[in-house]
Design a protein around this ligand. Sequence first.
Ligand code: COA
Length: 168
Amino acid sequence: MATRDFLGHRKADQRDAPPMERSTDPRPRPAAPTDWSGIEAILLAAGLPAAGAREHLATFVVAAEADRVVATAGLELYGQSALLRSVAVDPAARGHGLGARLVEASLALARTRGTATVVLLTLDAADYFTRFGFARVSTDQVPDAVKSSTQFQGICPASAIAMLVRLA
Ligand SMILES: CC(C)(COP(=O)(O)OP(=O)(O)OC[C@H]1O[C@@H](n2cnc3c(N)ncnc32)[C@H](O)[C@@H]1OP(=O)(O)O)[C@@H](O)C(=O)NCCC(=O)NCCS
């Protein structure tokens, strides 16, 4: 029986045919340790902080063309709540729904982990995240566990907008 990754996709094995994917339509998959340098490059190119991300690589998703990471999104899990961070798409690959697929994959992962509340911080993409159900909140509405994350502890400027979606 085929094994599946945390997104519910069958893991490839030697009996599987090579994936037939359009280069502009790579499918989100769980990040692997070897993806880190690609993830870091995407984050830096997007002006997002990379600090603290590697520690949560096990709950990051990526989209890759050939072996090159072109988009990423990450979850930091804190019990019943989670921080969605590092949502970034290579500038050349934007506007094709890749960011949306990674956000949806991250929210699906959060659901499988029993997460009730997902929070994010953004400087200028608040309008983007409303399409996934996120709404702006004040910092005092953010669960304490998420406030302990590196992002809330000072990586992001004080001007960042906090947003929250309830999954349960
Ligand atoms: C935000 C981002 C992830 C979107 O990725 P993407 O793959 O281009 O987005 P999608 O293809 O899923 O969606 C495109 C739609 O989002 C809109 N959009 C893109 N960036 C936006 C932003 N910053 N604010 C509001 N809307 C935005 C586009 O106008 C487009 O709208 P349409 O569907 O009405 O045409 C990407 O622009 C990016 O990497 N930005 C820099 C990093 C960042 O700001 N990340 C968010 C904070 S963690």
